[in-house]
Design a protein around this ligand. Structure first.
Ligand code: GLU
Length: 512
């Protein structure tokens, strides 16, 4: 890469289903680096494999990026000087370069059908060997290296399907510098002659990826480490196309591992452990099963970003909470971690709690109303403004706020009958009644006055907090846990509190 080159990075997903959370992290690191360097962040949709293309997947990718605030400089929707940004719309370009490689002897035409190759593969397997279309076999297969020019032409004229394969040189070393992995080298004898143009005229990932990175002036290729071995083929393609001075800087990101370590995090882990592995909810078009994403599980976008940023990158000190601007400021490619990063969902929840606690109440309410309208259908805004901050420290995920505060919205609380049985003492009935009557009449109905009234009652009646307060809380909320009782009473207001106290006096004795 030339040193004066503008930083241009791309996120290049294939629209074959939901975006895995690892893909989101790749997008994030690309975004952070682009913003940090004042460069460009590009979305390129790699949809050349028409058989794997899934309806709605591109839209899903865009919506995910938008939810997370990863704004694009160029992409299929925003356009840009190097478009189009969907590979399916750039077909002619790839064909041209496949032809060029053919003309220059860096590629060849192969007629072997899928069935031919499947059969050879099977033969190899029966001998416990793996078949690779490479220098050891290419001379005895159906390709333009072995067939006469006339025969090749005849077959083409007869409409026989063919692919174009790259001719990988023998006995060479191909290598590249990777920011994370440092020097990576491959022996070309290990590499197969990858198909670069398929029978339908569409390029494969390898050709399209290299042609586009070159044409879109991509300076850094930041992607998951599963693409490392493809990079060897890519470097060869750059050399064959005469673009060796334009090879981008490669940055291969470590794997995201299962919560318990041991292997790559998969969609199945999400199902098995009931944890989100997608940014947004996704319904599999084949099975019609729906998996909820981070958004539906109740994670805020900022918390999701913060969690993902630290999954494979370290700021070099012990800071953990970073908003987007701070991340952009602190982000360094050189601090990407080499080893796999464990997907610690408890940590994700901790981040979310921190973000809930420090959210601006109005913004949080607006967010909840937008994404969880069903949770707060009952409350008006000023009521919610008072309730939500009472719970942010007590929950990790947004839906838990609704669960825990349901007694503010429902007519009656869900009484924890076991606790009522344990705490309610018939011999104290007069005490409860006395306290409840006193509280119902407190004016103004404010937390300090309510608290003072309880203190006074306890003194006057020579009783203890432990005798009356649990019953008061059970009467108000139905459960023994929750925010400050007097704050809750003030927020509920005098008439609702009065109604609940009256009801408890009637109901609780019947539980005993
Ligand atoms: N289309 C590839 C993917 O689905 C892109 C890999 C790359 O960034 O080169 O991840």
């Amino acid at each position: 890469m030339a040193t004066d080159q503008r930083v241009r990075v791309r996120f290049a997903p294939s629209p074959t289903g939901a975006l895995h959370i690892g893909g989101v992290r790749t997008a994030l690191y690309n975004f952070l680096f682009a913003r940090k360097m004042g460069g460009d962040f590009i979305l390129r949709i790699e949809d050349t494999d028409q058989t794997r293309k899934i309806e709605g997947a591109e839209q899903y990718i865009r919506e995910s990026l938008e939810w997370l605030g990863l704004s694009l400089d160029e992409g299929p929707e925003q356009g840009g000087p190097y478009g189009p940004y969907r590979q399916s719309e750039r077909k002619d370009l790839y064909g041209k370069f496949a032809q060029l490689l053919l003309d220059e002897g860096y590629a060849y035409i192969a007629f072997d059908t899928e069935e031919d190759l499947a059969q050879i593969r099977q033969e190899y397997e029966s001998r416990k060997q793996t078949f690779k279309y490479d220098a050891t076999v290419r001379h005895r297969l159906q390709n333009s290296l072995n067939l006469s020019a006339q025969e090749v032409q005849n077959r083409i004229d007869a409409g026989m399907p063919f692919v174009i394969r790259m001719l990988v040189p023998e006995d060479e070393e191909v290598g590249f510098e990777d920011v994370v992995r440092e020097r990576v080298t491959f022996d070309t004898n290990e590499l197969d002659d990858k198909v670069i143009l398929k029978a339908d005229g569409m390029p494969t990932y390898h050709l399209a990826n290299v042609v586009d990175d070159y044409h879109m002036k991509i300076s850094h290729v930041i992607r998951g480490e599963e693409w490392i071995s493809s990079t060897a083929h890519h470097v060869l393609l750059y050399q064959m196309l005469g673009w060796e001075d334009h090879i981008p800087q490669f940055v291969h990101l470590p794997l995201i591992l299962k919560p318990g370590g041991g292997g790559k995090l998969s969609k199945r882990d999400g199902v098995k452990m009931n944890i989100p592995v997608y940014p947004l909810q996704w319904t599999d078009p084949e099975t019609q099963t729906t998996l909820e994403g981070f958004r539906e599980a109740g994670y805020l976008p900022g918390a999701t970003i913060n969690f993902l940023a630290l999954l494979g990158w370290s700021p070099g000190d012990d800071r953990e909470i970073f908003n987007m601007e701070e991340l952009i400021d602190a982000f360094q490619l050189s601090q990407i971690i080499k080893s796999g990063a464990r997907f610690d969902i408890d940590k994700a929840q901790w981040f979310n709690q921190q973000y809930l606690i420090h959210s601006d109440t109005n913004e949080l309410i607006a967010y909840i109303q937008e994404y969880f309208p069903e949770l707060y259908g009952l409350g008006d805004r000023s009521y919610m403004e008072k309730i939500i901050p009472l719970y942010t420290e007590r929950v990790h995920l947004i839906p838990e706020i609704a669960d825990q505060s349901s007694y503010f919205f429902n007519e009656w609380p869900d009484y924890d009958v076991n606790q009522v049985k344990k705490r309610y003492k018939p011999e104290n009935e007069d005490l409860y009644r006395g306290l409840f009557e006193k509280l119902s009449g407190v004016v103004p109905f404010h937390q300090t006055a309510l608290k003072a009234a309880v203190e006074e009652f306890i003194q006057d009646n020579q009783t203890k907090y432990g005798v009356v307060l649990p019953i008061l809380r059970l009467a108000i909320a139905g459960v023994l846990h929750g925010p400050d009782l007097f704050v809750m009473m003030e927020v509920m207001g005098q008439s609702l509190v009065h109604k609940r106290l009256e009801r408890a006096l009637e109901l609780f004795p019947t539980y005993i």
